[in-house]
Write a protein that binds this ligand. Structure first.
Ligand SMILES: [Zn+2]
Ligand SMILES: [Zn+2]
Length: 422
């Protein structure tokens, strides 16, 4: 018996369970917002260098860097404007929360993967919106570097729409390494990182905890290694470049401006960071390869996650355990895109046909399982299933990774989303 036969049998109940879980979740999320003073960090793009769309990278995600941090005072920060920014913008439009809001956007540097989402960020085309952009003065661009990036990106013949169509208010502020300032109740600190043509790391101290975003950084420069440690000192969440393996970093990729999980663990230990997030995955790293980097990092440091598109980390009062989860909304998007399908084509006999169907082979990739135990997000899981067959009961053993964890429908149970890797 193949996995395809088995999943065809469970497909119907699988879908029904997920839909019900979404309703429950929506209510509890609204409740949380009203009562708990938390900071919420969302990962909208985690891939480095260039976006990837091949299926072997979809579990961690293919969009380039973009993070969103909502602090307890309600301030919205965006870190980097990679291709993940487009989905963030669409979320705002869909929920109706994107109007007349003020957003603070930090751009670490001007490499494509950190700016490419700007022309596709819908809220920039809404008149009442106001954006505060922060970035450094590049010696290659001069004054108002980021403003020039906007103009260059939207110049003919690179983009079909003129910059004048961007009707939102845009304010540009130059920051430099060692700058420190406040936005609302939050303190922002910027430090230089070691990267070709320069890059800034950002530390955001919020009343709920401290997030440090240090991507596009290569170890080995004594002075900048020191400033990275100052930036990351005691962070609750330390997001660090982990593009290469330690072997690549010591060999062919030296000088390319990136780091490894091993360096991240080293810095996290030295500065007493509570949670390390491996970030800026190489476009050539498949999900299996990222799994392997994460596994190695977890052998050496207790609290490590590999940044994954859609992952949300909530920060409570300082000292509380960090939690990470995948929100239902992203699953819903994926489910609609990947499970329900309309198929148009030509029959054997040359006739056009159109049919609504359920694409079962995509469900080969995962399942949702109700457990009494609470497995760790991104940990490995083995699932053995038993099913009646023509020749009696048969079992199938599958290996997978936990990609999401939610409160189960039954008391004391957890609903666990698993993606199978083989
Ligand atoms: Zn980058
Ligand atoms: Zn870069």
């Amino acid at each position: 018996m193949t996995l395809a036969h088995f999943t065809a049998n469970i497909e119907h109940s699988f879908l029904t369970t997920r839909v019900r879980a979404e309703h429950c979740r929506a209510r509890s999320v609204r409740g949380e917002r009203l009562t708990l003073p938390i900071a919420k960090l969302s990962f909208w793009g985690v891939r480095g260098s260039t976006p990837t769309v091949d299926p072997s990278t979809w579990r961690y995600g293919g969009n380039t860097p973009c993070l969103e941090l909502i602090t307890p005072d309600g301030t919205q920060f965006i870190l980097d404007c990679g291709t993940g920014l487009r989905m963030l913008g669409n979320r705002g439009a869909a929920s109706g929360t994107g109007n007349s809001s003020e957003t603070h956007i930090f751009v670490t540097h001007y490499h494509w993967d950190h700016i490419q989402g700007i022309p596709f960020f819908a809220p920039l085309y809404v008149e009442n919106n106001e954006f505060h952009f922060y970035s450094f003065r590049s010696k290659f661009l001069g004054r108002e570097s980021l403003k020039q990036v906007f103009e260059a990106q939207m110049a003919v013949p690179y983009f079909p729409v003129d910059l004048s169509a961007m009707s939102a208010k845009r304010k540009f502020k130059e920051v430099s390494g060692d700058d420190s300032f406040t936005v609302g109740e939050n303190k922002i600190t910027a430090k230089w990182l070691n990267h070709p043509q320069g890059c800034l790391g950002f530390r955001i101290d919020t009343p709920a905890g401290t997030v440090v975003y240090a991507t596009d950084n290569e170890p080995g420069d004594e002075k900048l290694d020191k400033t990275l440690r100052e930036l990351a000192q005691g962070a609750d969440i330390f997001i660090n470049d982990a593009q290469y393996t330690p072997e690549q970093l010591a060999g062919s990729r030296r000088g390319w401006g990136h780091s490894s999980w091993q360096e991240g663990v080293r810095v996290a230990r030295e500065v007493g960071a509570k949670t390390l997030v491996l970030f800026h995955h190489d476009p050539d790293s498949t999900d299996r390869m990222v799994d392997s980097l994460l596994r190695q990092a977890r052998e050496e440091f207790d609290s490590v996650f590999a940044a994954s598109e859609g992952m949300v980390i909530t920060l409570g009062a300082p000292g509380e355990r960090v939690e990470a989860h995948m929100p239902e909304s992203r699953t819903a998007l994926r489910r609609e895109a990947q499970f329900r399908a309309r198929v148009c084509g030509l029959t054997d006999g040359g006739h056009a046909f159109e049919e609504e169907t359920v694409v079962t082979d995509l469900s080969l990739q995962g399942a949702r399982i109700s457990l009494r135990h609470n497995p760790r997000l991104q940990s490995e899981l083995r699932v053995t299933m038993e099913t009646p067959g023509v020749n009696g009961a048969q079992t199938m053993e599958l290996h997978g990774y936990v990609v999401r964890i939610d409160a189960g429908k039954e008391k004391g149970k957890t609903a666990v989303g698993v993606v199978f890797t083989d």
